[in-house]
Ligand binder design. Structure first.
Ligand code: CU
Length: 148
């Protein structure tokens, strides 16, 4: 192998590594620490409640403040309501946005859901300015309700 060829292979490796760096950076978003004792909870409805028609879910938070998504302010976050989500989403990535993971990025502290009759689990998970759960995650107990 000529030294020219070796040099070009080495250069290619460097270029590949530089190109991969931004990918590695987005895959590992920095986590926001949560203060000790911080907790999120569902004020209403109560666990086991039976409701008919629209149900208003009220969010409670202790030890942290509410701030809209994108706002960088210490010890804050915004609510995410998990509806019939069996497991928590990965805690090192932005929380998904779909029918099972509702974002309240304006800093809302309650919502009204229109649900078909059936049984539902509700759970709150706080996310930071990037929609990533805190470290350790601030997550509520699950509340199970029946919609008539
Ligand atoms: Cu969010």
């Amino acid at each position: 192998m000529t030294s020219n060829k070796i040099l070009s292979i080495a250069l290619l490796n460097v270029l590949t590594a530089v190109w991969l760096l931004p990918l590695a950076a987005t895959a590992q978003l920095p986590r926001t620490p949560s203060p000790e004792g911080a907790m999120v909870y569902i004020i209403s409805p109560q666990d086991g409640a039976t409701v008919s028609g629209a149900v208003t879910v009220t969010f409670g938070l202790k030890g942290l403040g509410v701030a809209p998504a994108g706002i960088d302010y210490p010890d804050t976050g915004h609510h995410h309501l998990l509806v019939n989500a069996e497991n928590l989403p990965p805690t090192n990535l932005p929380i998904p946005s779909d029918d099972h993971h509702l974002h309240f990025g304006k800093g809302q502290t309650e919502t009204t859901l229109e649900l078909e009759p059936g049984t539902y689990t509700l759970q709150l998970l706080l996310g930071d300015k990037n929609h990533v759960p805190h470290d350790p995650p601030v997550v509520s107990e699950k509340v199970t309700i029946t919609v008539k």
